[in-house]
Design a protein around this ligand. Structure first.
Ligand code: GLU
Length: 289
């Protein structure tokens, strides 16, 4: 089996040091392995936040850092038919349901349930629309109320049974379907969403090793469920630590000071920029095979 990794930034901003680390880890895992392949995928399904010049900006930064990818970069937006087909598969077996809630309605529901809206349970959808009667659903759809599609995570985990995934740093992890709950698989506006698109496209690109920041570790629980439901190959994972700023906060795209473009314009060399991620990179990287 040839190792295939990918770097999957969203062209909604320029790359910053956190991205450099993610790209380096994926690049290195592929490089360690004979015939390893390192892919670039632009995760560009985030509607109006995506900007045409960011695609080129990302590619320019990667080339400058000598993190060249194999083959043409894939645009996730070109894959919508496959994302829709995967959603349809889940619709046919009743594992997704339409959700008409607005953000405000969800927050009100949390408050009604006595949960702190920004606390832990604040992330979990209270399953309001899962409880709707079929007639109410049809009425809302007929009246043109916009809706997203959510995974029925409880039903899904009954079908899949217990699952695990393997992380090269953290070992074998048992999937907990309640960690993120009923996530959105197709947004109201774009008919797709991160969780569904990422598993469908990783499978399409035959990615064997999914490497990314540990902020996405909880998402992997849902991804593993989706892979099992859709009959997709299970990749190995590597969730690495994040690059933090001086205040110990994770880097935000909004902060242009850390953008590679900015560092380059301030006269830093590629080696100096790579060096800024070196300690976390060394800690992140594991030998495979
Ligand atoms: N597109 C995601 C991001 O920019 C990364 C997704 C992934 O690596 O699974 O954060």
């Amino acid at each position: 089996m040839f190792v295939r990794t990918r770097f999957a930034p969203s062209p909604t901003g320029r790359l910053h040091l956190g991205h450099v680390l993610a790209a380096r880890v994926a690049h290195e895992i592929a490089r360690q392995s004979p015939n390893g392949v390192f892919l670039l995928r632009h995760e560009d399904i985030d509607g109006p936040r995506v900007r045409e010049d960011f695609y080129a900006g990302i590619e320019e930064d990667l080339k400058w850092l000598d993190l060249e990818w194999n083959g043409p970069a894939l645009r996730q937006s070109s894959r919508s038919l496959d994302h829709e087909a995967a959603l349809e598969t889940l619709q046919k077996v009743g594992l997704v349901y339409p959700c008409f809630c607005t953000r405000k309605e969800i927050q009100d529901e949390w408050i009604r349930m006595g949960a702190a809206p920004h606390g832990n349970c604040g992330q979990i959808y209270p399953r309001t629309c899962q409880k709707l009667r079929e007639t109410e659903r049809s009425k809302k759809i007929a009246s043109g109320t916009p809706f997203a599609w959510r995974l029925d995570s409880q039903k899904a985990s009954l079908i899949t049974g217990p699952l695990t995934f393997t992380d090269l740093r953290h070992g074998v992890i048992s999937v907990n379907p309640d960690l993120l709950g009923d996530v959105i698989l197709a947004r109201k506006d774009i008919g797709s969403a991160y969780h569904l698109a990422v598993v469908v496209d990783d499978s399409y690109q035959h990615v064997t090793h999914v490497t990314r920041g540990e902020d996405l570790l909880t998402s992997t629980h849902i991804h593993r469920i989706l892979q099992a439901l859709l009959g997709l190959q299970e990749p190995v994972y590597l969730h690495h630590s994040l690059v933090l700023d001086e205040a110990g906060e994770r880097l935000a795209k909004r902060n242009d000071a850390n953008s590679i473009q900015n560092l380059r314009e301030n006269g830093l060399s590629p080696a100096e920029v790579l060096g800024m991620t070196q300690p976390v990179f060394e800690e992140a990287i594991v030998k495979i095979g």
